[in-house]
Structure formats: structure tokens, C-alpha cells
Write a protein that binds this ligand. Structure first.
Ligand code: TXA
Ligand code: MG
Length: 319
């Protein structure tokens, strides 16, 4: 695999061409790194599954450069979804919408809907624009980790996760550490009302403000296939215990105002919820690198981003 650390316009053009040629390109987004493939190329998309070790048939998010490309992939788009897209794209939000013929079963897991996102990350947007300039329509990209593992928030972490599984013609673009740090908010927009399937940095409060009305709170919908909603996910090797007191030699993550228990190994000391989300996954990775058996995490309380952090922590602690 090629590691691209100098994101010049030329390097990004080459990466776009490489996607068009059917190779995989891992790239930074504001949430986590994605493992990208041409979303219309079945062979390339199937390689995503084998590189990730992900069961085939799980739907993938298609990344596009702008709201103007939405019609290529989605039809019968409800007004509230247009409002959300105008308000929050580019940004950490994925909309599930009824698909057009362009979204094949190998992208949607055989469902009649497709997940779409315009990421707010300059390298990602430049790559998507270049790719579209080559006459292509979108980049399928799940988080660039092995199935069930912690999403990578740096290019080095992508290398650790997938280095052994990528080919010599695949590449990883290093665009620095991700600012948000946890995956996008996923909103099901196939019904009369929006339903949040995965909480994220676009919070329920922000959605309600944008739509000027109350929305349904997160619920697990049977019938819609969304493996990120599975109970165990985003998990490091170390065992995570929530709201227990860390013992000596164990990892510890909490807001900076909370003191480190005697002998515990502090893995992150975020001052804010934003920092908690941003540094969480690299802290989990660092626990594994240090070979820690257990991480005690003090879970942040309250609405908004805290809810998204709790969602990931609950999944990471479930086996
Ligand atoms: O922030 C993100 O969303 C990152 C970056 C790279 O964009 N991507 C990401 O992709 O987290 P992934 O595949 O790791 O998680 C996407 C989740 C999965 O649980 C998938 O099942 C669900 O979104 N999903 C994708 N398309 C869907 C669809 N059409 N219907 C229901 N769920 C869908
Ligand atoms: Mg993922």
C-alpha cells in the first residue's frame, strides 16, 4: 500500500484516478478515516468487505462532494431531509434515503435505500471533487478498521488496522487527526419523520432546531439493516468497564476535572465533550498498544454529544 503524506493537488488527483481504476483509497474525514472505493464498481466495493473482514451484505455509506449530487443517488427525498442536508452538509451526518438505480444491491445490502454523506474535511472534499471530475459519482466508505474494531482517527491507525490486508496499489492518505473523532449521525429519512439510527456530533437537539419540531428519539428499528447498531462494536482488545473505579495498572479515561485514581494509567484527559469524542478512539488504541487488560471509563452525562459518546462506550464495552 502507498502512504500519501503530502496532500498536494497532484497527489489527490492520482488518488482519485486510483479509485477510478478500482483500487482502494483510505482517506480522512472529519469523523473517522474511511476506506474508499468507487461506489459503482462492484469488484472494488467487494474488496472493502474482504479487507475489513466485514460480512458481505452490510450497507455502505456513499460519500459525495455536495448536496447537488444527491439526486444521482436518492429519489423521493422528503422536504425535511433537504432541510437537514442544507443545514448540516458538509458535516458529520449521514442520511438514509430511497435509492435510485445507481445505488446497487452491493452498496445497499439489497435494501431499497442508500446512505449518503458530504464530509466536512478539505482532503476528503478535494478527493471527491477530483473523482467526480473523472466522471464518477461517489465513494463508498465504511470506517477504515477491521470489522467490529475501533474506528481509526489517524492515518497511522489505518495502517495498523488494514496494512496487512491492503494491496500494493491501494493507498492511505494522511490528512492528520480527525476533528470530530466519532462516526457520523445516521438519520433514517425513508419515512414521514426522521429517525436517528446512530447518534453523533449532529445531535437530536440540533436536528430539532433545524426542523423546528420535536423528533423521535433513537430507537433500534428492526427491518433496517445497520450493523453499527449491533450491540458489540467499536471495541478494543482491552476490556472496558464503565463508571467503575480504575485500579492500579488499569487504563483510565475521564473528563479532566476527574482525578486519576492512584496507580491508574491515564489515557485521555479531555476538558470538553468535543475533546472526549475527538480523543476517545486514540485513547482506546493506546490501551491496546500498552497491552492493558482493562480500561475504566467515567461516562459523560447529559444530552447532545454526551449521548453519542455513551452510545459508543456502551457498544465498546459489550461482548
Ligand atoms: O462517519 C462515518 O459515518 C464514517 C465516515 C468514513 O464517513 N463511516 C462509517 O461507516 O462509520 P461504517 O460503515 O463504519 O458505518 C456506517 C453504518 C453501518 O452501521 C451501516 O450498516 C449503516 O451505517 N448504513 C449504511 N448504509 C445504510 C443504509 N442504507 N441503511 C441502514 N444503515 C446503513
Ligand atoms: Mg464502522
Amino acid at each position: 500500500m502507498e502512504f500519501i503524506s503530502n496532500c498536494t493537488a497532484d497527489a489527490i488527483s492520482k488518488a482519485a484516478q486510483s479509485l477510478k481504476d478500482g483500487h482502494l483509497v483510505a482517506f480522512p474525514t472529519e469523523t473517522v478515516y474511511g476506506l474508499g472505493a468507487d461506489a459503482t464498481n462492484e469488484k472494488a466495493v467487494l474488496r472493502i468487505y474482504s479487507v475489513k473482514g466485514r460480512p458481505v451484505g452490510h450497507p455502505l455509506i456513499v460519500h459525495i462532494s455536495s448536496i447537488n449530487k444527491l439526486d444521482q443517488w436518492a429519489s423521493d427525498i422528503p422536504d425535511y431531509a433537504i432541510k437537514l442536508a442544507r443545514e448540516f452538509w458538509p458535516g458529520p451526518m449521514t442520511l438514509i434515503l430511497p435509492r435510485t438505480d445507481l445505488a446497487k444491491d452491493f452498496i445497499t445490502g439489497g435494501q431499497n435505500n442508500v446512505g449518503l454523506r458530504v464530509p466536512a474535511q478539505p482532503v476528503a472534499l478535494a478527493l471527491l471533487r477530483k473523482f467526480e471530475d473523472l466522471g464518477r459519482q461517489g465513494v463508498a466508505a465504511p470506517s477504515a478498521n477491521r470489522f467490529g474494531a475501533v474506528s481509526p482517527t489517524t492515518a497511522e491507525a489505518v495502517g495498523e488496522e488494514l496494512g496487512n490486508f491492503l494491496d500494493s496499489k491501494d493507498s492511505v492518505i494522511d490528512g492528520g487527526a480527525c476533528l470530530v473523532g466519532i462516526e457520523s449521525t445516521i438519520i433514517d429519512c425513508t419515512g414521514l419523520e426522521p429517525v436517528v439510527l446512530r447518534p453523533g456530533a449532529i445531535t437530536e437537539e440540533m436536528i430539532e432546531l433545524a426542523l423546528e419540531k420535536k423528533i423521535e428519539k433513537i430507537k433500534i428499528i428492526s427491518g433496517i439493516k445497520s450493523p453499527g447498531l449491533m450491540n458489540s462494536h467499536y471495541a478494543p482488545k482491552a476490556k472496558i468497564s464503565l463508571n467503575s473505579i480504575a485500579e492500579a495498572g488499569q487504563g483510565f479515561i475521564a473528563l479532566s476535572k476527574i482525578q486519576t485514581p492512584l496507580g491508574a494509567i491515564r489515557l485521555a484527559s479531555p476538558d470538553t465533550l468535543e475533546q472526549f469524542a475527538r480523543y476517545l478512539y486514540s485513547a482506546l488504541r493506546s490501551a491496546d498498544q500498552q497491552g492493558l487488560a482493562k480500561i475504566a471509563i467515567q461516562v459523560p452525562e447529559g444530552p447532545g454529544l454526551a449521548k453519542a459518546i455513551r452510545d459508543r462506550l456502551t457498544k465498546a464495552s459489550t461482548r
